[in-house]
Design a protein. Structure first.
Length: 555
């Protein structure tokens, strides 16, 4: 093996991480640094591009030191990030995006729902491009946010020179080249990656009529300079690589290759779907039984195919947005890890639980999992999953991303009592995990009703470190869950981009095959619980129907 290494940088909702990988996809070292978040109003979530870049600088320099490597041994870099909107003015000055009018706060975070009204306005116009986002655009995407800025922050709108998806901003910061990703622009900006190019240096095209229809004529009139007119596939080398300033800040060599960036969940897809390399030998149909589940604050569900599938409520089909040359459909849940934490830490015994975790050197999740096993034994149940027979959760606390595609939905809990003990919290925690798993089952059912045959989940993210989360997902979806040998599959996906950009591997697909290795597999419990889980799924569906009926009564 040659002494070559690659850095993957992942900017999540709460932190920046950087990992160094070798040519086989083995992680050598990793570093993490928190990032600031502001919530000036309900549904408003903001961050700072300067703060995020400072965190990147810390992670790059420290991880290189931890690995004991020389800068010359780093042959390529890849970036991924949340699909948050970065706003810059003249000379790349950060511009304010929110009510506090602070220029430091120049990012509208992906989860921000301020543009619900604008998203609905766009959906009512029913433009043809919407068929590539499952029929309805989400307030988590960028065009509703742009429209909100134009209406509500006219000074920022007038002064703005560049609107970036966060991962594209990182590439710009690293190279000085304004090269946008086919992943970010297609998935979050309505770019048509499969169409004939309208720009010399781009793949695909923007639809002028869409932007004019929704009131963003100035974007068209500028020749799309603000949102990108040089758009390339993920993993392609950008310009000459790291520029002098970025190289000094990151502690690396000038001209180190940098790959075209990717959204964080899609980086996880690259790190997962390459497992068992025969699935990428040119026959895309062998991937149609696999769903990549990338969990974190939210969850994304990625499937790849060789032909476009149009599915209401499921984002896509997107061409070359994750694996070059393949179509992508994407389901998702807006709140998963954040929802589990919410139900735990909003209870009155959360402080007691946290103290116990510190005393025993365990996580709160481990303590709750142990409590569930003890409760199941005490009640003489065949599995802990049966503890929620009379307790149900609808997980739409932050709306539903798919397949209902309704950001206005809310969560609900059925089965509450006057008591508030550790046992009560453990059951609420379990029912929440099950509700999230039923959301995944709902997405899989929609995919399988429209041409897919999903029977295997390949998974990464925080939830995959939780045995109850994994087993309940297997039980409820009836899918085998395959874990990667490298648990940090999102970081690996970014490193794969760096490996492809460096020329170490000819293509992203080649890098995926070489660097993604399978780990253990979780199997559904046998059929004795199948009826129980099927009945719970009927309750899950009825809770949604009931919510709709309540809304109809009150309206």
């Amino acid at each position: 093996m040659r002494n070559n290494f690659f850095i993957g940088c992942d900017v999540g909702t709460n932190s920046v991480r950087a990992g160094i990988f070798d040519t086989a996809g083995t992680m050598i070292a990793a570093r993490e640094h928190p990032i600031k978040t502001w919530r000036p109003e309900s549904n408003f979530v903001e961050q700072s591009s300067d703060d995020i870049w400072k965190a990147c600088r810390f992670c790059f320099t420290e991880v290189l030191n931890d690995a004991g490597l020389r800068p010359s041994q780093i042959k390529g870099i890849g970036f991924d990030a949340t699909c948050s909107l970065v706003v810059l003015g003249e000379k790349d000055k950060p511009l304010p995006v929110g009510p506090e009018n602070s220029s430091e706060q120049n990012i509208i975070v992906w989860m921000d729902h301020r543009a619900i009204k604008e998203a609905e306005e766009i959906n009512q116009k029913n433009h043809d491009v919407l068929k590539f986002v499952g029929g309805r655009i989400s307030p988590e995407m960028q065009t509703p946010k742009l429209l909100w800025l134009k209406k509500n922050k006219p000074k920022t709108w007038r002064e703005a020179r560049k609107f970036f998806d966060l991962s594209d901003y990182l590439v710009y910061k690293a190279t000085g080249e304004d090269v946008r990703s086919l992943c970010t622009t297609t998935c979050k900006w309505t770019y048509l990656g499969h169409e004939k190019s309208q720009f010399k240096q781009s793949l695909g095209k923007w639809d002028d009529s869409f932007f004019r229809q929704i009131g963003l004529d100035d974007i068209v009139d500028s020749g799309y300079e603000q949102i990108g007119n040089k758009i390339r596939q993920v993993g392609e080398a950008v310009g000459s690589g790291l520029n002098k300033k970025a190289a000094e800040e990151l502690g690396l060599q000038v001209n180190t290759p940098v790959g075209v960036a990717i959204i964080d969940a899609h980086a996880g897809g690259l790190g997962l779907l390459g497992m068992e390399s025969q699935n990428l030998n040119g026959d895309a149909s062998t991937l149609e039984n696999r769903l990549a589940l990338i969990g974190g604050t939210s969850s994304c569900h990625m499937v790849a195919t060789d032909s476009p599938q149009y599915i209401n409520g499921i984002w896509g089909p997107y061409f070359s947005a994750m694996i070059p040359g393949m179509w992508l459909n994407e389901g998702g849940q807006s709140a998963t890890g954040s929802l589990i934490d919410h139900v735990i830490f909003s209870t009155k015994i959360s402080e007691e639980l946290t103290n116990e975790a510190q005393k025993t050197n365990k996580t709160v999740y481990q303590i709750l999992n142990e409590q569930l096993h003890q409760l199941a034994e005490k009640k003489d149940l065949t599995s802990a999953g049966q503890l929620t027979k009379d307790f149900h959760v609808l997980p739409y606390f932050h709306g539903n991303r798919s397949p209902r595609a309704n950001p206005n939905l809310v969560g609900s809990v059925c089965g509450l009592k006057l008591s508030s003990t550790l046992d009560d919290l453990a059951v609420l925690y379990l029912a929440t995990i099950q509700a999230i798993a039923y959301g995944t089952r709902h997405i899989i059912n929609e995919l399988n009703s429209n041409g897919y045959s999903i029977d295997t989940i390949v998974a990464t993210g925080g939830g995959t470190k939780n045995e109850v989360f994994l087993q309940e997902h297997a039980n409820i979806t009836r899918c085998n869950i395959m874990l990667p040998a490298e648990p940090e599959a999102v970081l690996l996906g970014s490193a794969i981009l760096g490996a492809a950009a460096s020329g170490e591997y000819p293509t992203v697909r080649d890098a995926m095959k070489a660097m993604s290795q399978p780990g253990k597999t979780i199997y559904p419990r046998q059929d004795e619980d199948k009826k129980y889980y099927n009945n719970k799924y009927l309750v899950f569906q009825k809770m949604y129907d009931d919510q709709i009926s309540y809304n109809e009564i009150m309206n």
